[in-house]
Design a protein around this ligand. Structure first.
Ligand SMILES: *Cc1c(COP(=O)(O)O)cnc(C)c1O
Length: 358
């Protein structure tokens, strides 16, 4: 059958992290492996029981956007919500794409979806390879943006899947040295684990855009809620690309309550950070293992026999994030921090593997 699909669609790869099975220990998607704090869950469930299912979402969008705006000291018009920050990032690529003449610059390895969104937007992607230690040379990044007169420059900070970071002054250096007519997106999906946000730069850089999500630190991946902060000029334009009522009331009220009660999540975030530190220290000691420094809820782990390691983990019903054979990360796996018990379990498998025990 040869249907008349839009140009380029057949070249877009399918997202490669589709769950092929549900794992006993699911540490492949950087989810939070702890349930919602009980106090928050109770409030959420009560609120959900009062939802008017027959009505389109109206004030629920404004309520959440207002609350976020207040927290950051920006105008409510500077906040756009999305079905996950995925929807926001996809819309940004769409709005700054549209033809091969539009260049979108981002580092590699970084969030794998950037490649797909660039293709889907019919833009040209320009990748800036990370250095051998998986850090970004910011001068190389700036040059790529300047030389290509990019429409959009993207940094994921902390970076998925490497866990590595730029400082806020590095971000400012990039903002200072790229053209004023290049939009600059900082994807802060993991910023709660790092604590250093570029949000403070928004007032000085009208081309800056910050994307955030409720999926990782707040453990709300199921609800699909994210947001972006930017100047009104940008949010007005990007807002045009959204369908009316693209956010549903169930997700909006859930995120609204979680955001009101965000103090309740602080202990969870601290546990994930301390588990990351604990596991990095331990894995580092294992023969044949190396760990990249991470400021997230996951670790990028290197091993020369990666296929053997993955096979062993999977045989123990542990699912981790793998990378393709032609990826620069072909000898790595990304391991999300689970509960303490889950972490002890995958670590024991790694330890036995490193000691050549079955
Ligand atoms: C998880 C993730 C997102 C998007 O998450 P949503 O669930 O769509 O909000 C965006 N960027 C990066 C780098 C991520 O890891």
């Amino acid at each position: 059958m040869s249907l008349k699909y839009r140009t380029g669609l057949s070249d877009i790869p399918s997202y490669d992290a589709k769950p092929e099975r549900i794992w006993g220990i699911q540490i492949n998607a950087n989810e939070c492996n702890m349930p919602m704090p009980p106090l928050v869950e109770e409030r959420v469930l009560t609120r959900l029981s009062r939802v008017a299912f027959n009505r389109y979402p109206n004030e629920q969008y404004a309520d959440l956007a207002d609350q976020i705006a207040k927290n950051f000291g920006v105008a409510p018009e500077q906040v756009l919500l999305g079905s996950g920050s995925s929807e926001i990032i996809e819309k940004l690529f769409y709005c700054f794409g549209g033809s091969p003449a539009q260049k979108i610059v981002f580092p590699d390895p970084s969030f794998s979806m950037y490649h797909i969104y660039a293709k889907a937007a019919q833009a040209t992607e320009v990748v800036v390879p990370l250095e051998a230690d998986m850090t970004l040379d910011i001068d190389k990044f700036v040059s790529a943006v300047v030389d290509n007169q990019a429409s959009l420059a993207v940094i994921c900070n902390p970076n998925n899947p490497t866990g590595t970071v730029l400082s806020v002054s590095d971000i400012q250096y990039i903002a200072d040295n790229i053209p004023k007519d290049t939009a600059f997106l900082v994807d802060e999906a993991y910023v709660e684990f790092y604590g250093k946000s570029a949000v403070g730069l928004l007032k000085d850089y009208p081309n800056l855009i910050i994307a955030r999500t409720f999926s990782k630190a707040y453990g709300l991946a199921a609800t699909r809620v994210g947001y972006m902060l930017a100047s009104r000029e940008i949010t007005d334009m990007i807002g045009k690309a959204y369908m009316p009522y693209h956010m549903n009331t169930l997700s909006l009220v859930t995120a609204d309550i979680c955001y009101q009660m965000r103090q309740e999540f602080v202990p969870h975030i601290q546990i994930m950070i301390s588990e990351r530190k604990r596991m990095a220290e331990q894995v580092k000691q294992l023969k044949g293992f190396a760990v990249y420094p991470s400021e997230t809820n996951f670790l990028l782990v290197h091993n020369n026999d990666i296929d053997g390691l993955i096979e062993r983990l999977e045989a123990n019903d542990i699912g981790v994030r793998k990378f393709g054979k032609d990826s620069r990360l072909k000898d790595c796996v990304r391991i999300s921090m689970g509960t303490r018990e889950e972490n002890d379990t995958w670590y024991a498998v790694c330890k036995a593997f490193s000691e050549g025990r079955a």
